[in-house]
Write a protein that binds this ligand. Structure first.
Ligand code: ADP
Length: 270
């Protein structure tokens, strides 16, 4: 394992002298540390919805004589449980991507197919006319990877674009070829992300201030999943954004070098 020396503490002793405490961190320790952080963060994030469910259960019990109140609390409890379940699913996706576990079901994946699936999965929550897919003559592009995780990554961008823009404003999904790289760009005209937050939004559990005050439904894990999923497929994510103007998140993935067209073609025609 690679050994590194890092300063964990620097204490000034006098004007000229500083005490440096050095520590040797091997790769394995670093991974272990990341895992501990992850467990600590997720446990913390799970506590809030679990606490809410427990309070609502108590509220239902004490409102037993009032059917109206019971219905009200039960509906809120259902919403909390749905949120909890979405959070758990995202935690599972992310921990699988962060572990060095192999991708599953790796095959040539049609970009059209994953983009369509991702958009369909999220247009129920919005007015379906809101998301516009522009293919620009790029039918029949293939990348190598796990279809489900690619769909999830693109879907997270579409869901964010819808969530962080005003009701009824348009979200565009563009597919483009740049040399031997496929670009999937998700554009919104929403609240945008201040420059100071742009490099942090891909960190797990990070949410920009505006998002926190705007919407309580988020988990702060969506973009982290996007980043890891795309990296595991040999690609990268780019972000352009301006507050109050909107954002474009672009996923760049290498084209499959050897698309197995005999298998792929019939699927494409479907
Ligand atoms: P969340 O569940 O909070 O949406 P994400 O990891 O998907 O978590 O995003 C992290 C943060 O990045 C969000 O809380 C929000 O502040 C910001 N963000 C993501 N996508 C957009 C977007 N399309 N427009 C504006 N802000 C965004």
């Amino acid at each position: 394992a690679e050994a590194r020396l890092v300063a964990v503490r620097a204490t000034p002793i006098s004007g000229r002298l500083t005490l440096l405490v050095l520590r040797d961190i091997t790769e394995r320790e670093r991974v272990e540390e990341m895992r501990r952080d992850f467990v600590a963060n997720t446990s913390h994030e799970l506590k809030t919805p679990v606490g809410a469910v427990s309070l609502l259960a108590e509220a239902i019990e004490s409102a037993a004589d009032d059917p109206e109140q019971v219905r009200h609390f039960a509906a809120r409890m259902q919403a909390e449980v749905a949120r909890l379940s979405a959070l758990v699913n995202r935690i599972l996706s992310l921990s699988r991507l962060q572990a060095s576990e192999e991708l599953r079901d790796v095959r040539d994946v049609s970009i059209d197919e994953v983009v369509t699936a991702a958009v369909e999965a999220h247009t129920v929550q919005a007015d379906s006319a809101q998301v516009v897919v522009v293919r620009g003559g790029t039918k029949g592009l293939w990348v190598r990877g796990e279809p489900q995780i690619l769909t999830e990554a693109i879907g997270n961008l579409v869901a964010n674009a819808i969530a962080y823009s005003p009701q009824g404003s348009k979200v565009g999904v563009g597919i483009k070829l740049d040399g031997d790289v496929v670009e999937i760009a998700v554009t919104d005209r929403g609240i945008g992300i201040p420059e100071s937050d742009q490099h942090r939004v891909f960190e797990r559990f990070y949410r920009a201030d505006q998002a926190r005050s705007r919407r309580t439904g988020g988990t702060g894990l969506g973009l982290s999943i996007v980043k890891h999923a795309v990296q595991r497929h040999g690609g990268e994510v780019r972000l352009w954004s301006r507050p109050d103007r909107g954002s474009t998140f672009t996923i760049r993935l290498p084209l499959s070098e050897t698309p197995d067209l005999d298998i792929a073609r019939p699927k494409q025609r479907r």
